[in-house]
Design a protein around this ligand. Structure first.
Ligand code: SF4
Length: 249
C-alpha cells in the first residue's frame, strides 16, 4: 500500500537518479496509486508546466484518469484561454471557482485570506465533489524554499492521500519531458515566467528560486497558496464562510 512507503531522502534522490529513471518512477507511482484508488484518484491541474507534465504522465497510465482545475477571478487572460483549450481537449477536467464577493484587492492586504477564499476552498470543494481519496499534484522539491520538506506520498490530511509523482524532477527535466512529448504549455512561459499564479501576485523572476516571483514584495513572497499545507477534507477543514462552485465547461 502506498501509505506504507518509508520516508526517503528526496534531496539525495533528486541528484542521484537520471531523467529516464525519474520518468519511470513517476509512472510507477501513478500506476500503483491508480491500481489502489481507481476513480478516487484525481489529478489537480493548475495549468502550469508541472501540472501539464503530471497530467500527461497520468494519461499514459490510463486515459480514464480524471482531474480538476481551480481557477480564480485574477488569473491572467493567457491562463484562462489555455484553460479553455485544455478543457476542450480533456472534458474530464472539471473546473472549480469561487466568485463570491470579497474585499477589493484583498491580495494586497491579506494574501493568505485571499488564497484561502479563492484557491483552498475551491480545492476542498473539488475534493469533496469528486469523491477524492488520492489527489495527484505537480509539486517538486527543488521549486523553492517552501517545497523541500515533501515526500512523494503524503498523508497530511486524514483520509486523503497526496501523490507528488514528479517531486524529484528538476525544472530542466520538466521542460525536457514536455519537449520530448510535445506537450502544449501556457503561453506565459514564452514571456519568461517560470512559476504561474494569479496576475497580481506573479512576476517574472530569475535566479535559483523558481517561485521567487510569486507574491513578490509581500511576506508571502515565494510562498504557498495553502492547498499543499492546509487540510482539504471537510472533516479536518475550517468552516467555509463562502461557497465555491463548479463552473460550466
Ligand atoms: S494568488 Fe493572489 S490573487 Fe490569487 S488567490 Fe492568492 S492572493 Fe489572491
Amino acid at each position: 500500500m502506498l501509505k506504507e512507503r518509508v520516508r526517503e531522502d528526496v534531496l539525495t534522490l533528486v541528484d542521484s537518479l537520471n531523467f529516464a529513471q525519474k520518468v519511470e518512477r513517476s509512472l510507477d507511482l501513478i500506476s500503483d496509486a491508480y491500481r489502489e484508488y481507481g476513480d478516487r484518484l484525481v489529478v489537480a491541474n493548475s495549468l502550469g508546466k508541472d501540472s501539464v507534465a503530471v497530467w500527461h504522465l497520468a494519461k499514459r497510465v490510463s486515459p480514464s484518469i480524471g482531474g480538476f482545475i481551480v481557477t480564480t477571478r485574477y488569473k491572467p487572460a493567457e491562463t484562462v484561454e489555455f484553460m479553455h483549450q485544455q478543457v476542450a481537449l480533456y472534458p474530464e477536467l472539471r473546473v472549480f471557482k469561487n466568485d463570491s464577493p470579497q474585499p477589493e484587492k484583498l491580495y494586497l492586504t491579506d494574501p493568505d485570506l485571499c488564497c484561502n477564499n479563492l484557491k483552498v476552498q475551491p480545492t476542498r470543494e473539488a475534493v469533496q465533489a469528486m469523491d477524492v481519496d488520492c489527489w495527484v499534484t505537480g509539486l517538486r522539491c527543488t521549486e523553492g524554499r517552501t517545497r523541500t520538506d515533501f515526500q512523494e506520498v503524503e498523508e497530511r490530511d486524514q483520509d486523503l492521500l497526496k501523490l507528488n509523482p514528479i517531486l524529484l524532477w528538476h525544472e530542466r527535466e520538466v521542460w525536457q519531458y514536455l519537449a520530448l512529448h510535445q506537450v502544449a504549455v501556457n503561453p506565459l512561459y514564452a514571456q519568461g515566467y517560470r512559476s504561474l499564479g494569479c496576475a497580481p501576485c506573479t512576476a517574472i523572476s530569475t535566479g535559483p528560486d523558481e517561485r521567487a516571483g510569486r507574491w513578490l514584495g509581500t511576506s508571502k513572497c515565494g510562498g504557498e497558496c495553502g492547498i499543499h499545507t492546509r487540510p482539504l477534507k471537510a472533516s479536518g477543514s475550517l468552516a467555509l464562510p463562502i461557497a465555491p462552485i463548479e463552473i460550466s465547461r
